[in-house]
Design a protein. Structure first.
Length: 363
């Protein structure tokens, strides 16, 4: 491949279909359909799916396209052989690069090891493509963690997307996993939150609140959001305990762990403030009615502390961004939704937001 061809391909965004038994394929097809409908109705606006392609299975996307367009008059699934072909497709065409195959017509809404393996294989292909600069970014539709685990080795070693991406990136760069630290950021139009720990039990998450992990999280959030915002972000740090420990009355983690990490971060020029009471700090970081918020992001101490405020504002609005990797990866802020899969009711708003965020981060 010539350098010019590589530069062209690197403008494309790969979308992985996630678990084929969930809503991932459906919301991808709907995102392409919504762009086609906007064009057909001559509505001005962005074509979110332009230069996007599905890294998955042609048959699966044909099934999804017929679900959202039963008459087959508006959507067409087109197999492609090269990533660059995605850049020249008109609205209404879903380009699909065959990177993994399904050995069965799996039903909607069921946990299946074959589905987990397929989802994992698609993510591995797209991750390697992003690491090799063959694509600009990857957007991952939701996979089912139980199905991924049921798929067996190597996928049962990873709790979810983030850990799989981290492993592939570390192997590509040639460093131990510990030298490829990653963090999860959940964001919508009004609120951003970064997590100190991700997929582990609450008891383990409490043990993960260490000086090193908090400081590392602040560094990753600072570096990533500086690129996104074009300036150093103002980072609010949530306490671990009620009232941020209330001066040690409700726990000493703030005094002994979080505050020293904050001091070290500030000495490095990071605009880190806190720790603040976790039941109110998210409101202070919320940008509402186009009014500037007090903070740009909240660093939460564990998974649910940070995700509940964002998800409460609407699952269809949130985007998951993996920070700390040498690639751009985003995903919708919702799961596989097996209970509604195949019913043609899933909303594509979150995956459209994820595509927008991926393009913004990769520009």
């Amino acid at each position: 491949m010539s350098q010019a061809q590589a530069q062209v391909q690197a403008q494309a965004i790969a979308i992985t279909p996630g678990d084929p038994c969930g809503i991932g394929p459906e919301i991808i097809a709907r995102a392409f359909l919504e762009d086609f409908m906007a064009t057909a109705n001559r509505k001005a606006g962005e074509q979110v799916t332009h230069a996007c392609f599905v890294a998955g299975d042609v048959g699966l996307m044909q099934k999804a396209a017929l679900l959202v367009d039963p008459n087959g008059r508006q959507l067409k699934v087109k197999p492609i052989a090269q990533v660059s072909e995605a850049l020249v497709q008109p609205p209404g065409v879903i380009p699909v690069l065959q990177v993994a195959s399904l050995d069965a017509n799996l039903p909607w809404g069921q946990i299946d090891a074959r589905a987990g393996r397929f989802a994992g294989e698609c993510v591995v292909w797209a991750t390697q493509a992003a690491l090799n600069k063959q694509i600009a970014a990857l957007v991952t539709a939701p996979l089912h963690k139980e199905a991924l685990s049921a798929a067996g080795a190597p996928f049962n070693a990873f709790p979810g997307h983030t850990e799989l991406l981290q492993s592939e990136a570390a192997r590509h760069v040639g460093v131990p996993l510990a030298q490829m630290p990653v963090r999860m950021m959940l964001a919508n139009d009004e609120l951003r939150t970064v997590l100190v720990s991700i997929h582990m039990s609450l008891r383990q998450a409490l043990d993960a609140v260490t000086y090193g992990n908090v400081l590392e999280s602040l560094r990753i959030a600072h570096q990533s959001l500086t690129l996104l915002l074009g300036r150093p972000p103002k980072i609010a740090v949530a306490g671990l305990n009620p009232h941020a420990g209330e001066g040690g009355l409700f726990g000493r983690e703030e005094i002994e762990i979080i505050e020293p990490a904050l001091q070290a971060a500030r000495a490095e020029g990071i605009l880190a403030m806190g720790p603040y009471a976790p039941d109110t700090v998210f409101m202070r970081a919320r940008q509402k009615n186009k009014c500037e918020a007090e903070f740009d992001v909240v660093l939460a101490m564990y998974h649910d502390q940070g995700l509940i405020p964002v998800k409460y504002m609407g699952l269809e609005l949130g985007v998951n961004v993996t920070l700390g990797l040498p690639l751009v990866r985003t995903s919708p802020d919702h799961g596989t939704a097996f209970d509604i899969a195949g019913q043609c009711v899933a909303d594509a708003a979150s995956i459209r937001s994820a595509i927008r965020m991926a393009r913004q981060l990769s520009d």
